[in-house]
Design a protein around this ligand. Structure first.
Ligand code: ATP
Length: 235
């Protein structure tokens, strides 16, 4: 459903992605692994329409989306939970969630969808009137996921959702991702946490210095020794 072909992205003279190709099928969970600076954040930001590629194409269901503005990419069905979560700290949890309303594909029944999201993320229900800035890191991450889900995405892209969280809270975030997966949400997950990611996803791509170094099913990657090097070593 999502196809990235020969994608190159530059920041001035820095070539952050150099001809990356990947594919994401309906209902699949796919991981993007790699060291700091390998290009993972750049890849998601480019798919989300926040950066323009120097070369290559991005297609959703056979239609080119590269070059489209971010809001139309969200309406097209690709939601992005960026690194650092970007929630509005002075707004309440409920207000943050209602912001998603403008980004939805269909008008649908928002109240019903909100209820569904709170069933999935029950922690948020008792925090509805709390300013989001008062939430813990794990709660903020759940709010960022909730907001993305309320955009009715066909593909949910997450950039390092476990970053900076205590190990127990990381467990909660991965449990949430597992339940999304069980519900058939298509996931593209950028992570530093190789082992947990390989337990969750169907397949993964390992980026190194802007290239896909290796890709395969989680079984194929589980015993791929270079994985640890790609993850720990310099990009
Ligand atoms: P991290 O886990 O640290 O976010 P990453 O794999 O997501 O790493 P990117 O953030 O995509 O990697 O960065 C890829 C390359 O692009 C790196 O060499 C980085 O230094 C460079 N880069 C990223 N953002 C910018 C920017 N705004 N201006 C210049 N270079 C940048």
């Amino acid at each position: 459903m999502l196809r990235v072909d020969d994608l190159s992205v530059r920041y001035g003279r820095v070539e952050a992605l150099r001809g990356v190709s990947l594919e994401l099928r309906d209902r699949e969970a796919v991981g993007i692994l790699g060291a700091n600076g390998a290009g993972k954040t750049t890849l998601l930001a480019t798919i989300a329409g926040l950066l323009s590629p120097a070369r290559g194409t991005i297609e959703l269901d056979g239609r080119r989306i590269d070059g489209s503005p971010p809001e139309s990419i969200v309406r097209g069905g690709i939601a992005h939970v960026p690194e650092g979560r970007r929630i509005f700290g002075s707004l309440t949890v409920g207000e943050n969630m209602r912001l998603a309303r403008n980004a939805r594909r269909n008008d649908g029944n928002f109240a019903e969808d909100l209820e569904g999201v709170m069933e999935l993320l029950p922690t948020l229900r008792r925090l509805l009137d709390t300013p989001a800035g008062k939430l813990s890191g794990g709660e903020q991450q759940q709010l960022a996921i909730a907001r993305a889900l309320l955009c009715e995405p066909r593909v949910l892209m997450l950039d390092e959702p476990s970053l900076g969280l205590a190990p127990q809270v990381v467990d909660t975030v991965f449990e949430v991702l597992a339940s999304l997966r069980a519900r058939g949400v298509t996931l593209l997950l950028v992570e530093q946490n190789v082992r947990r990611t390989l337990r969750l996803v169907d397949r993964a791509y390992v980026l190194r210095a802007g290239n896909v170094e290796v890709s395969g099913s989680r079984e194929e990657l589980a015993d791929f020794e270079a994985l640890a090097d790609a993850y720990l070593g310099a990009a």
